[in-house]
Design a protein around this ligand. Structure first.
Ligand code: CP
Length: 309
């Protein structure tokens, strides 16, 4: 894993396909270790979590991952709790926190912020989401989820349903899946289709994808349905959000034509787009997905710290 030591993780496009599989294998190796051994891997190391935007899964799973590796954590979960509220720049914040930590996981509302931060940091920067742009650790966790749940990527029929314009998890994930021979079906409410830059990347990668209007019959033949919420906070107006709200709902009735082993994923948080009556079905993989995300983040921390496992 030497190739990861000290590296920033800004975009999965920076990782080769073999490096992605190395991280998957590392996650498997760490999970196979006795917990007390895994708990020694990052002894004495410090993770900083700098979150300028709200988060439950990304921030807390990074922190849990570091604790489970035996390391320590510091950071802030909103800018108001840091000197950012006094006007400190991103550059100065990163240069300072890099003095206090061995690795920094960050989330910021501006696209490109993690890449900018990496130019000021002497420790690895891990992008935990930059605006509507990228979310590489979610994508690596989602890839790990598919491999653990389905045993393969190649040939899978994966549907993406929801706000594909602002959903950074989708923007990152589809460009990775394109490299692994996945057939993708995009279903978005009007005006929320995947951005042109993502479409162009998919075409450049020779991806197999179609964009279709959503009806519940579209579920027929899918191996995986990846649902996302409307990213209300990135909408231009409340009226626009209200017009599109509830334009797609996955409930038990909507699954009538689904394959028995359809896997339903969602990066969470959810609003109303997946009914809670689906949660008890074995097809509901979204909480297992959140746990796979934790396991992958343990691997990402260990790899970027250069820990031999
Ligand atoms: N999936 C995800 O990024 O969730 P949080 O916003 O809770 O971190």
């Amino acid at each position: 894993m030497g190739s990861f030591a000290g590296r920033h993780i800004i975009d999965t496009a920076d990782l080769s396909t073999s490096e992605i599989m190395e991280l998957v294998e590392l996650a498997n190796r760490i999970q196979a270790m006795p917990r007390e051994d895994a708990n020694q891997l990052a002894t004495g190391k410090i993770l900083a979590t700098l979150f300028w935007e709200p988060s439950t899964r990304t921030r807390l799973s990074f922190e849990s991952a570091m604790f489970r590796l035996g390391g320590n954590v510091l950071g802030f979960s909103e800018a108001a709790n840091s000197s950012v509220s006094k006007g400190e720049t991103l550059a100065d914040t990163i240069q300072t926190v890099a003095l206090y930590s061995d690795i920094i996981a960050m989330r910021h509302p501006f696209e490109g912020s993690a890449l900018a931060a990496s130019t000021f940091s002497r420790v690895p920067i891990i992008n935990g989401g930059d605006g509507a742009h990228l979310h590489p650790t979610q994508t690596l966790g989602d890839t790990y989820t598919l491999l653990c749940e389905k045993g393969r990527l190649e040939g899978l029929q994966v549907g993406f349903l929801g706000d594909l314009l602002f959903g950074r998890t989708v923007h990152t994930f589809v460009r990775l899946l394109a490299r692994f021979g996945v057939k993708m079906h995009f279903f978005a409410p009007e005006g929320l289709n995947i951005p042109q830059y993502v479409r162009d990347s998919l075409i450049d990668l020779g991806a197999d994808f179609v964009e279709r209007e959503w009806t519940t019959s579209c579920i027929d033949g899918l191996d995986v349905l990846y649902v996302t919420r409307l990213q209300k906070e990135r909408f231009f107006s409340e009226e626009e959000y209200l017009r599109k709200k509830n334009s797609y709902i996955i409930n038990r009735e909507a699954l009538a034509n689904a394959k028995d082993d359809l896997l339903i994923l969602h990066p969470l948080p959810r609003n109303e787009e997946i009914s809670t009556d689906v949660d008890k079905l074995p097809n509901a993989g979204y909480f297992r997905q959140a746990e796979f995300g934790l396991k992958m983040r343990m691997a990402i921390i260990a790899a970027t710290l250069g820990v031999e496992v």
